[in-house]
Design a binder for this molecule. Structure first.
Ligand code: GCU
Length: 597
């Protein structure tokens, strides 16, 4: 019996890779650092049975694909070859890169060989913008570490692992969905797997600014403050923070942990949607300077209003998935971000809900340059395993990585912690811990989530999510006229909204196949969708809302949307088709928002 148990236990262990092993504290402001890009063609091997990781007894093999073995003689048995395998441009999801992998969920191995010449006394970090979903990372055949979570960055210290000349990095990527992961198994978006964002080697001096925060001080417009976090052998090296355009400069002496706070008396021009003013900031330490571009603004609430720089702002919003315009798949470029955000601006939107996970950093920085306020969220979506401690830790990790990366992005005004999670005591406890964790990391932004509602009767919704007291902005999704009745039902609704907090509709809308026309009573026609939007905005006009976010800017792939000839694997609630063609409802929102702003 004992032997049997031992085999079982060993087998069980081999299935559970640790989450987030050997991660180095996240390095921020990566777009402004010295990097060597490993983007480009990577070899890849589709490994459905994970033979590149486990031996035939399902134990981790020491001779897995990460060794990148090559036959040493004519009789050498090696049953794989990266060099002889197909190539894929990275960063890119595999589903939209290789039609054989359109539906694939499982493990794919990626390899990138590269020449490198490490400099004496410099430090090197291997950085991934995101990998969906679990990444096991190896450098020159040696295990470096692992990360779980498909939409946030992570990095490893590889200073002592890079060689002069030829190096190779191997990544085992597994996008298999599991009940206890974040997100769980059911989502209304395509499970695009792969190395979907940049892969970089960050080069830094022995002691460098790993992280920092800089913003207007609380409750004032005449002081800028923040902190720097040094990393290295000399943590108390002086750091110079300067804002040339304001002719301001301050010297910071960090403590023994490398942490140093600063404040600067200054009255910067404020960032706002109307005036997206950015300041060049430079941080210098030991003769090396790094720049950053900062938006100085305040965001707050007052009663049921949202304030930007103490002025009430109506959030003329739109939801956006990280789906590439025209080609589909995940995108990771400023150009594609600009295309989507330009469509949002064309709609007279001043606010974007980045659904349902942290988007790539290009999207966040492009929105900031364009004067678009942002809602950023973690994929705690629908029926998460709220009783599982590892699931909570995973959600906290992803929350921390999202906030750490974007805490200096003035455009981000709302951190969202969940979407449409079914109310229960365990869900309330899980989300309460997430709210507390978010506020412990960043108490300067507004907290929200797409919350639940009940109905007194068919026409009288009650916004009564037990967590309303915890958030700064009460948000909920409403599909009156689509999932709940027909468009004319909008005119019969009696909404009772909480009066002491801002309320935004974080989703609403309905589907239409672009180019499919008929009467406004025919579902899936552009005319039906247009009527739904006409009725929806008329209903919103009677409500005291702080914002609205149509679901969604552009059609996106979803495994839940299977109606032939209409959906074909796409969610058609977009106001624009995935081919970039605007539907009639787009112009209803454009005209309405023009009035609202
Ligand atoms: C839900 C959910 C979205 C989904 C949408 C829909 O509210 O939050 O992720 O895509 O409805 O049904 O299209």
């Amino acid at each position: 019996m004992k032997k049997l148990l031992t085999i079982f236990f060993a087998g069980f262990l081999s299935f559970t890779t640790m989450a987030n092993e050997n991660l180095y504290p996240l390095i921020t402001n990566v777009p402004n650092r010295d990097v060597t890009s490993l983007n480009g063609d990577w070899d890849y091997i589709v490994d459905r049975y994970e033979v590149g990781y486990y031996d035939y007894r399902l134990k981790p093999s020491q001779w897995g694909f990460f060794k990148d073995q090559k036959p040493k003689s004519e009789t050498d048995l090696v049953e794989y070859s990266f060099e002889a395998s197909d190539k894929m441009f990275i960063p890119r999801d595999w589903n939209s890169s290789d039609e054989k992998l359109y539906f694939y969920e499982g493990t794919v191995w990626f390899r990138r060989a590269f020449e490198f010449s490490p400099k004496q006394d410099e430090r090197y970090f291997l950085y991934f913008g995101a990998v969906n979903y679990e990444a096991l990372v190896y450098l020159n055949g040696e295990y470096i570490g692992s990360h779980k979570g498909g939409f946030t960055p992570f990095n490893f210290d590889v200073t002592d692992k890079l060689k002069e000349g030829e190096n190779f990095v191997v990544v085992k990527v597994d996008n298999t969905r599991h009940k206890d992961e974040v997100p769980t198994v059911n989502t209304d978006w395509w499970n695009y797997g792969g190395i979907t964002r940049d892969v970089l080697i960050i080069e830094e001096a022995e002691t460098f600014v790993r992280d920092f925060s800089i913003s207007l001080s609380e409750d004032t417009y005449t002081e800028i403050s923040g902190w720097v976090q040094l990393d290295g052998e000399n943590p108390q090296t002086s750091v110079k923070v300067s804002i040339p355009e304001l002719k301001k400069e301050v010297s910071v002496t960090p403590d023994e942990n490398g942490r140093g706070a600063f404040s600067i008396s200054a009255k910067p021009e404020l960032w706002s949607p109307e005036n997206p003013k950015l300041y060049e900031i430079s941080l210098s330490v030991a003769g090396k300077t790094m720049n950053e571009q900062i938006a100085f603004r305040h965001v707050d609430t007052r009663g049921n209003e949202i304030l930007v720089n103490d002025k009430p702002v109506y959030l003329s919003g739109i939801c956006i998935h990280e789906e590439a315009p025209f080609r589909g798949g995940r995108f990771n470029s400023a150009a594609e971000a600009h295309t989507l955000l330009s469509w949002a601006k064309e709609m007279n939107a001043n606010f974007v809900r980045l659904a349902h996970y942290p988007h790539n950093e290009y999207m966040v920085r492009e929105a900031e340059k364009m004067g678009i306020l942002l809602w950023s969220e973690i994929p705690v979506y629908w029926t998460i395993s709220f009783t599982n401690e590892e699931t909570l830790q995973n959600a906290k990790n992803q929350l921390e990585e999202m906030i750490t990366r974007d805490k200096n992005r003035g455009a981000v005004i709302i951190w969202s912690l969940a979407n449409e999670t079914p109310v229960s005591d365990v869900r309330n406890h899980f989300l309460t811990q997430l709210v507390e964790h978010a506020r412990s990391i960043d108490d300067s932004r507004l907290i929200s989530m797409a919350m639940e509602k009940e109905y007194h009767d068919a026409y009288t919704p009650a916004i009564n999510d037990p967590l309303m007291g915890l958030v700064d902005v009460v948000s909920f999704n409403s599909y009156i006229g689509w999932y709940d009745g027909l468009p004319e039902k909008c005119s019969k609704m009696n909404w009772e909204l909480p009066v002491n907090k801002p309320v935004i509709i974080s989703e609403f809308g309905g589907g239409a196949k672009q180019g499919h026309h008929g009467t406004k009573n025919q579902i899936w026609t552009e005319e039906f969708q247009e009527e739904l939007y006409i009725q929806s905005v008329a209903m919103f006009e009677k409500m005291n809302l702080a914002g609205t976010c149509p679901w969604i800017l552009m059609d996106f792939r979803s495994p839940r949307r299977l109606l032939p000839g209409i959906q074909d694997g796409w969610n058609r609630k977009g106001l624009i088709s995935n081919d970039g063609i605007k539907k009639k409802a787009f112009f209803i929102m454009k005209d309405w928002y023009e009035l609202k702003n």
